[in-house]
Ligand binder design. Structure first.
Ligand SMILES: [Zn+2]
Length: 415
């Protein structure tokens, strides 16, 4: 079975000074266009109670060009993409209003908040390991991975530490392999460890962020004492951004390695369904979750498993910390780290026992839904489709296997 998936590649680019100037001017021009268009929409709304779409906005671009000549330095499709962005932010606004969420009206963008522009189709070219941007020039690009698939768009982005990046979104066809799901693993998110699996392994929680937090606090204190807008204040801010950047890249590196291991070695990965939103609300847990980047972990895992032909099953894991695989109830507070069952005599790490239960309920659910036709029958729902897609905890692209936890599993699953 073949399927089209979207992926993204981010490469650092090295524009020469003269090109950097052009990129900066283009960014400024796009930002001013965005703000002009927003102002136009706002006025239209207050005077006539209506909004206009991208086509009408694009018709007005020549007028804005005569006001801001810098716009002439930017590829026309890039300017059209600015209108698309505005229309998208209005769409989001209306959607939130409709669903009763808190909805902020689209905002005017300051310099820092507008840090990228997009070539939606053309205007860029990769030639001999260099990148050519229309109306900008040539620049070096560090392509640490080969691009596989058809390039759809290119977004040029300025990072917080003044590095520049080229982000390609691509589409490629992948072969969905049919695995037999014999290599099943259950995973439990830990607080002490990053996660525990049903094989008894505990993967340590990376706490770079917390370690760096002290240093970050110090830097932020220093920054707050500096005079706003001064040279020293800018320097201090850059230091903070650099530290952040380091932590993020270390964390992502860790996550890529862990998810690769799992995706390559297991055909069926059972995870507990986490409502991340509600967990982040809980202040005690919030730090650990953000710290560990669990959200990103699931994102990476979803697309890596998909390409390896594996599958992720989410299960309702309520109560996994209070039960034993034998069916006995073993109550324990958060402070108790070891699971001791009086009924069957199992003594295990509590997170490992939870992972075993997660695995058991995933297998049980799949058995129930697939019957004797094999597990594949229940799982034609695709896994993660795009890296851009944010994990929402109930993403439709995962299979939902809701099932009660802790029912005896015939003793065939041994801890
Ligand atoms: Zn037991």
């Amino acid at each position: 079975m073949k399927r089209l998936v979207a992926r993204a590649y981010k490469f650092r680019i090295f524009p020469p000074k003269i090109v950097v100037k052009k990129l900066e001017r283009a960014l400024g021009a796009c930002r001013s266009l965005y703000n002009s268009e927003l102002e136009y929409e706002e006025q239209l709304w207050f005077s006539e109670r209506r909004f206009v779409g991208r086509n009408e906005l694009n018709l007005l671009v020549p007028d804005w060009k005569s006001i801001n000549p810098d716009l002439r330095l930017v590829h026309s499709q890039v300017l059209q993409n600015v209108s698309d962005r505005l229309v998208k932010s209005f769409d989001g606004f209306f959607r939130r209003v409709k669903s009763g969420e808190r909805a902020g009206f689209p905002r005017f963008k300051s310099g820092e908040r507008y840090d990228s522009f997009t070539f939606p189709q053309s205007g860029f070219k990769l030639e001999k390991g260099r990148l050519r941007l229309s109306k900008m020039g040539m620049m070096g690009i560090k392509q640490h991975r080969r691009i596989e698939g058809k390039i759809k768009t290119l977004t040029v982005k300025k990072g917080s530490t003044n590095k520049w990046f080229a982000c390609f979104s691509i589409e490629r066809e992948i072969e969905i392999k049919q695995k037999d799901f014999s290599q099943c693993i259950g995973i439990d998110v830990g607080l002490e460890s990053f996660y525990a699996d049903s094989e008894g392994n505990k993967i340590c929680n990376p706490r770079w962020f917390r370690k760096s937090e002290e240093r970050l606090k110090l830097l932020q204190k220093q920054y707050s004492r500096k005079k706003k807008g001064s040279k020293n204040s800018r320097k201090s801010k850059l230091k903070i951004a650099k530290l952040h950047e380091k932590v993020v890249s270390q964390r992502n590196d860790f996550l890529h390695k862990e998810t690769r291991k799992l995706a390559d070695s297991c055909s069926l990965i059972a995870i507990e369904k986490l409502s991340i939103k509600s967990m982040v609300k809980n202040r005690y847990l919030a730090k650990s979750i953000n710290d560990a980047g669990w959200r990103r972990f699931l994102q990476y895992l979803a697309y890596k498993a998909e390409e390896a032909g594996g599958r992720i099953v989410e299960v309702d894991a309520r109560g996994t910390s209070q039960r034993c695989i034998c069916g006995n109830r073993v109550e324990k507070s958060l402070a108790v780290r070891t699971h001791k069952c009086k009924e069957c005599g199992r003594v295990l790490d509590r997170d490992v026992m939870s992972a075993i239960l997660v695995k058991a309920s995933a297998l049980k659910e799949l058995k129930n839904t697939a019957g004797t036709a094999g597990i594949n029958a229940c799982g034609d729902a695709p896994l993660g489709t795009s890296m851009k897609q944010e994990w929402t905890g109930n993403a439709q692209n995962l299979i939902h296997a809701r099932c009660p936890i802790g029912l005896p599993w015939g003793g065939s699953l041994d801890g």
